[in-house]
Ligand binder design. Sequence first.
Ligand code: NAD
Ligand code: ZN
Length: 381
Amino acid sequence: MSSNTIGNVIRCKAAVAWEAGKPLVIEEVEVAPPQALEVRLKILFTSLCHTDVYFWEAKGQKPLFPRIFGHEAGGIVESVGEGVTDLKPGDHVLPVFTGECKECRHCKSEESNMCDLLRINTDRGVMLNDGKSRFSIKGQPIYHFVGTSTFSEYTVVHVGCVAKINPAAPLDKVCVLSCGISTGLGATLNVAKPTKGSTVAVFGLGAVGLAAAEGARIAGASRIIGVDLNSNRFHAAKKFGVTEFVNPKDHDKPVQEVLVEMTSGGVDRSIECTGNINAMISAFECVHDGWGVAVLVGVPNKDDAFKTHPINVLNEKTLKGTFFGNYKPRSDIPSVVEKYMNKELELEKFITHEVPFSEINKAFELMLKGESLRCIIHMDA
Ligand code: NAD
Ligand code: ZN
């Protein structure tokens, strides 16, 4: 990277979504220099997550176009804006869709990662500092997405949304820790906290659920029961430590009853990674009286309501939920990268496909067909 880019506008390639649901178009964009408390990153690898597809399809939310999507990525700091003291050009980083300002009540609390300033905002398409975009094409602004916009060779993000990681970590692997994999892993390790030898149910065996299963494997759970409506998911799940499978469609009673019978009274922990309200209720009701803990991770539909008999709560079942696996991006993600580096956490098995940047639309097709867990997009290819 030449240092003469610092302070100047950079012209580079970005995949622009001009309209909802239409293939992205690789365009030459101008990326303005970072302002106060911002950093400009050179993105080397990015991967596709359902949230990108969901907002690209713009079903149900206010559409904001043209926009540059992308939020799972690995890159290198190109330059830093005024007031940035803990990052410098050349640092290896993962941008994160939520943030850690380190100043607010949440950031100062050990119990929360819900930063007041930088918590995910899917409606905002501009930077906080001046309410403007750093991307443009011939003067026309192109909107940001969740403060990351990683489908661009260069992007500008708030310093609070950047985790500085071990420079020896391969960015083409650890980039998946920017979102889904950390979410599922943290849901198990930080929130459900199964003990060695316990029984864990995971509802939904997509990338997030498989990462939750990976967390249960790391925690030493002896039984990991995968629950999914799609039996095709079961084969791949074995690699993630899933020991038994239940397809709710194979039973004529509610799946929570099936699980309670299989485990003589209920599972010790359950983690819901589907976004389906019925699965959320089942995940809660299948935990054991007295000590069972259920953790909700899936994002529900707007009008959903969680309905259960209060006796379940009186019977000492606990219901929890998590956002980004309770990880604080800057403080905690570097140590998740270390779990990969010391071979405790396996990431290769999540990476099912790789494509050059010019074929980014293929990554969308694979995800829409349900064929990929994670597709890595190589920015320099
Ligand atoms: P995915 O679509 O790849 O996987 C979901 C799986 O759930 C699928 O295999 C599907 O067959 C299964 N499923 C759907 N309904 C079911 C039901 N009723 N019972 C059993 N299985 C069912 O999705 P993903 O990328 O793994 O993400 C999972 C969820 O996590 C999504 O809702 C996503 O929005 C959410 N998420 C939450 C956070 C957070 O911070 N809380 C972060 C990232 C993703
Ligand atoms: Zn904060």
